[in-house]
Design a protein around this ligand. Sequence first.
Ligand SMILES: NC(=O)c1ccc[n+]([C@@H]2O[C@H](COP(=O)([O-])OP(=O)(O)OC[C@H]3O[C@@H](n4cnc5c(N)ncnc54)[C@H](OP(=O)(O)O)[C@@H]3O)[C@@H](O)[C@H]2O)c1
Length: 305
Amino acid sequence: MKYIKIANSDLNASEISLGCMRISDLTNQEISNLIHTAMDEGVNFFDHADVYGGGKSEEKFSGAIDMTSGLREQMILQTKCGIRKDCYDFSKEHILEAVDGSLKRLRTEYIDVLLLHRPDALVEPEEVAEAFTILENSGKVKYFGVSNQNPMQIELLRKFLKQKIIFNQLQFSITNTGMIDAGINVNMEIDPSINRDGSILDYCRLKNITIQPWSPFQYGFFEGVFLDNEKFPDLNQKINAIAAAKGVTNTAIAIAWILRHPARMQPIVGTTNPGRLKDICKASDVTLTRLEWYEIYLAAGNKLP
Ligand SMILES: NC(=O)c1ccc[n+]([C@@H]2O[C@H](COP(=O)([O-])OP(=O)(O)OC[C@H]3O[C@@H](n4cnc5c(N)ncnc54)[C@H](OP(=O)(O)O)[C@@H]3O)[C@@H](O)[C@H]2O)c1
């Protein structure tokens, strides 16, 4: 496993992280196996949110392992707040309350990274700033970031925050390439030319914000997995051929494709299957050539102008 020195922090994070959105229905034993497999593979970064499994994901994670042991210190625990039933809420009161809830469910004294989950249309950045400062001063949260935010939304926060934004979690995979399509098709009168995110990829690179691609195996908005899916014959043929040549699985190639991008993104994989996780982690040993990277991009149905 390779590690990323996350800018503006002292975090040395595994370049592949494990998302815990889907663990709430697993048994304690299954969760413990998954966490230990991850750590044996060198994964030290775990992504949560207060809403995953209605809070059960955080609770079952900490219930499955001994959080009082040295294990906790070897982990970088990230969680998110700001999503409530029928609304988004970045108020100071809600952020503080949400973090207390996560600390309790995770049975830990501190959260390494707190992300604001989805942009709140009614955000008052002064309140976010107050909440972050209280959380930092109390030692409850070490670092802060955002998720699903565009450059201007981040700039608005940055105007008031004392803390750095170190992560932005965004949907990105071989079949969700909006972040790069517009850059390849600048100033053309075709759909891929439409800049839907305010050039978030370039912005994050300029500001040293590490992008965490979420759902790296899903197409659409959780419509399913593109690997071994007959809807994507050319893509699977290309990925499988490269996987066979390199002696790894197609899952490793899908992640290696993200890792090949020089922005040094940190994909968050959501598998609950330890065997699959081991296969995925092999991606860290694979470096795709420039040509292979482009071949996969084109096999997904994209075109170069
Ligand atoms: N910030 C946000 O708004 C946001 C949104 C969504 C997710 N996230 C984060 O991103 C993490 C990953 O999301 P995700 O779970 O949707 O990502 P994913 O890794 O793309 O999908 C994992 C799911 O696909 C299944 N799967 C089936 N075949 C697979 C294959 N060949 N390769 C890999 N997976 C296969 C897995 O099943 P098995 O378990 O059986 O392997 C699992 O249910 C979440 O846990 C969460 O932490 C963040």
